[in-house]
Design a protein around this ligand. Structure first.
Ligand code: NAD
Length: 281
């Protein structure tokens, strides 16, 4: 079984991006800039944002974090986004989710200029991705896609099953696999027989949030299995895939932690650089 090393893949991607930033700097005399807006003091969000900032600095991006207290008014956030939209030194804007209840998430997402939407959540980017046009692609599915391509460079005709239909993971993952000419089944909480669906798959991507949902006897020999899940349990962090069981059947599997997680941040940096490049054309 191939253990798909997301830490190594992310380090390689960051090294490539660092070189690219250096080249862009010498060509344009400026570097891509990422601005993250962090609202409130939720510990996981603070950790994510700190890691994003550290990685951005490592590859040579200009990085800035704007912090607001939980009580900030929606209007203040929307005005800040407008200011960042017209700031030429800002290539990418990310508003860390979740947001406090009094702030309308969709309003915030739609306020970001689609050309600076490094999360790929703006409806314009969602539409472009599903129409097969150039767009920002949500970071986690993009990371999954790059890991799958390392194992299976030619995905044409493969049967893929995506477990979970969130806007963040399942839906964009489905679009990426479709673009590669996979035959894709998207499954969710109302799917009748998830095991039977998974047993058909050459590629499984699990993004559910249920610890170890995908079992060893759900996976056919030689399937590539990508585990997006991050679930806190009494035994520590586990994925949506039963690692010990599935590793006995699968051709390749991502561990949790150390699989998809590190690729998510590396892909955020990639998206920032791609936004910068598109803005220079
Ligand atoms: P979500 O809660 O938004 O969506 C979960 C999806 O799973 C829903 O579409 C639901 O229909 C489906 N589902 C629920 N129960 C099911 C069942 N029994 N069978 C089949 N489908 C079922 O979740 P999300 O935001 O997509 O996150 C999924 C997981 O990925 C979580 O564990 C989250 O922490 C993790 N995550 C990891 C990363 C990363 O970087 N690795 C990033 C984002 C999210």
């Amino acid at each position: 079984m191939i253990l798909i090393d997301g830490k190594k893949a992310a380090a390689e991607l960051r090294a490539d991006l660092k070189q690219e930033v250096a080249q862009l700097k010498s060509k344009h005399n400026k570097v891509p800039g990422l601005t993250v807006i962090l609202i409130g003091d939720l510990t996981p969000s603070q950790i994510y944002v700190r890691n994003k900032e550290k990685s951005a600095n490592e590859v040579g991006l200009k990085s800035e974090v704007i912090k607001y207290p939980d009580s900030v008014e929606e209007k203040t956030v929307l005005e800040k986004i407008q200011e960042l939209n017209s700031d030429e030194t800002v290539s990418g804007i990310l508003v860390q989710l979740p947001l406090p209840k009094h702030i309308d998430k969709q309003k915030v997402i739609e306020a970001i200029d689609p050309s600076k939407d490094v999360d790929g959540f703006h409806p314009m980017n969602v539409g472009n991705l599903s129409s097969g046009y150039e767009s920002s692609i949500p970071c986690t599915p993009l990371g999954c896609y790059l890991l799958i391509k390392k194992i299976e460079p030619n995905l044409s005709g493969k049967k893929a099953v995506v477990v979970g239909r969130s806007n963040l993971n399942g839906k964009p993952m489905t679009q990426l696999l479709l673009k590669e000419n996979c035959t894709v089944t998207i499954t969710h909480s109302k799917t009748k027989d998830l095991k039977a669906e998974c047993l058909e798959a050459d590629i499984i991507v699990a993004a559910v949030g249920i610890p170890e949902l995908v079992r060893g006897d759900w996976v056919k020999k030689d399937a590539v299995v990508i585990d997006v899940g991050i679930n806190k349990t009494d035994d520590g962090i586990v994925g949506d895939v039963h690692f010990d069981e599935v590793s006995k059947n699968a051709k390749a599997l991502t561990p949790v932690p150390g699989g998809v997680g590190p690729m998510t941040i590396a892909c955020l940096l990639k998206n920032t650089i791609d936004c910068f490049k598109r803005s220079q054309i």
